[in-house]
Design a protein around this ligand. Structure first.
Ligand code: ZN
Length: 119
């Protein structure tokens, strides 16, 4: 991956949710933790794209208190429910946490409740 600072300057905010072409898988939320303080980074930029059944995510985020840019590169394989993420010493494999989807459903329900309340 390019230099994180350069990538930050060249990137845009990531438009979410991201849906695969066949709509079988969606990314609703991305989280990135600061490499220094480990807090969730609020400002994230980068790119999410699909190619050959794999969703590639390149993201960088700024932690203002640490004045540090943290980057992450991941590949999601929806058909096998696995992902790969790049760390300092290589690629790590893991299982996709489906609760990301449930969190989204909760948000929608919360929003619907608000809308119902207002009406
Ligand atoms: Zn930090």
């Amino acid at each position: 991956m390019k230099d994180f600072k350069q990538y930050w300057l060249e990137s845009k905010s990531i438009a979410l949710p991201f849906h695969t072409e066949d709509k079988s898988f969606s990314v609703y939320e991305l989280t990135l933790h600061c490499a220094n303080c480990d807090k969730k980074v609020k400002e994230i930029r980068g790119e999410v794209k699909e190619s050959f059944g794999c969703i590639e995510i390149h993201m960088v985020g700024v932690c203002r208190p640490c004045k540090l840019i943290t980057g992450n590169r991941s590949r999601i394989y929806p058909k096998t429910n696995r992902y790969l993420t790049l760390k300092d010493d290589g690629w790590y494999e893991g299982e996709i946490k489906q609760n990301i989807f449930y969190k989204f459903i909760e948000k929608v329900l919360a929003l619907l409740k608000k809308i119902c309340y207002i009406i």
